[in-house]
Design a protein around this ligand. Structure first.
Ligand SMILES: NC(=O)c1ccc[n+]([C@@H]2O[C@H](COP(=O)([O-])OP(=O)(O)OC[C@H]3O[C@@H](n4cnc5c(N)ncnc54)[C@H](OP(=O)(O)O)[C@@H]3O)[C@@H](O)[C@H]2O)c1
Length: 293
């Protein structure tokens, strides 16, 4: 940043969530950015007046939307809530950002896909959600695009962190409780570090209105199964715990999971000039954050 340049003002919604909290934490360390995080009590994306008030008060250059309804199975029983937040809420946010001339980075998901060819998925691959959560997130993407707002929809899959409640922390807890793990072997994806994603989205935010436009995929290099990911976690933890590979039907869920969630992260890495790290390296870097809590 040159002397005299002002920091890019970034507003993070859903600031207490897994991703939102990392955006605020890491954004606070960048001199190039002035990051404010608002949780649901301060900015409810389903309330247009709450959005307009926040934009007027904080005058951001960029909004990063980390707010979402993320209860994949519960969504099957309360679709109205899922669509309210992931569809209508994103519509309000995108339209307000468009009106205020603010760029928007919105986070979406692999669940917008259904039956697909087993190749790393690009943003133009046909969508076809298998459940309510995916359909609600797709509605949000469509509202974003229809609003004409400047910015990007960034789809991600299999987000985890070294803290909080997610696949990594759940595997560690279950391994300690039971001394063995049974993990699904027939769903494929790219484990994606929430800290790495947060840094990437902040890099995009630094570009302001010149950031990539439209739908993008963020993922590390390579892919695995949940069983492969669990085995890697157990290996990092140095636990001597057997990890048994089982079929998805061993764990029935209300919402159908996509069997292939392998997003192709290479193009966005190239566009942004990032090193395309393997998911194993990203796990190693995230693991180091465990020490920090
Ligand atoms: N986790 C994954 O594996 C995964 C995978 C693919 C994509 N994603 C996407 O990644 C993004 C971030 O996910 P995450 O894991 O960080 O989710 P998260 O931990 O559930 O965080 C979502 C946050 O949004 C807040 N929120 C809910 N309704 C809101 C509203 N009406 N207004 C403002 N805030 C609201 C929640 O607050 P409360 O807790 O108070 O409800 C929560 O703090 C989401 O868009 C999600 O769809 C996640």
């Amino acid at each position: 940043m040159q002397e005299g340049d002002r920091a890019t003002r970034v507003l993070v919604t859903g600031a207490k969530g897994q991703l939102g909290s990392r955006l605020v934490e890491f954004g606070g360390r960048r001199r190039t950015l002035h990051v404010v995080g608002l949780d649901q009590s301060a900015l409810d994306i389903t309330d247009p007046s709450s959005i307009h008030d926040a934009l007027a008060e904080h005058t951001p250059d960029v909004v990063v939307n980390a707010a979402a309804y993320t209860e994949v199975d519960l969504a099957e029983r309360e679709p109205e809530r899922a669509f309210d937040i992931n569809g209508q809420g994103v519509k309000y946010l995108a339209e307000a950002c468009s009106q205020h001339g603010v760029a928007l980075i919105h986070v979406s998901t692999d669940y917008v896909f259904g039956k697909v060819d087993r190749v790393p998925l690009g943003p133009l691959e046909p969508t076809g959600p298998l459940g309510v959560y995916g359909a609600s997130k797709l509605e949000g993407e469509e509202a974003f695009l229809a609003s004409g707002v400047n910015g990007a929809v960034v789809r991600v899959a299999w987000l985890y962190d070294a803290r909080g409640s997610n696949f990594l922390t759940t595997m560690l807890r279950l391994a300690e409780q039971h001394g063995r793990l049974k993990v699904v072997k027939d769903q494929h994806g790219v484990p994606t570090s929430a800290p790495a994603l947060a840094e990437a989205l902040l890099d995009m935010a630094e570009r302001g209105q010149a950031m990539p436009q439209g739908i993008r995929h963020f993922a590390h290099a390579g892919h695995t199964t949940w069983h492969g990911f669990a085995s890697a976690i157990v290996g990092h933890a140095g636990l001597d715990v057997p990890v048994e590979a089982v079929a998805s039907d061993a764990f029935p869920t209300a919402a159908t999971r996509p069997a292939w969630s392998v997003l192709d992260g290479a193009p966005l890495h190239q566009e942004m000039g990032w090193t395309f790290e393997s998911w194993q390296n990203a796990l190693g870097a995230c693991w180091e954050l465990r020490e920090e809590g």
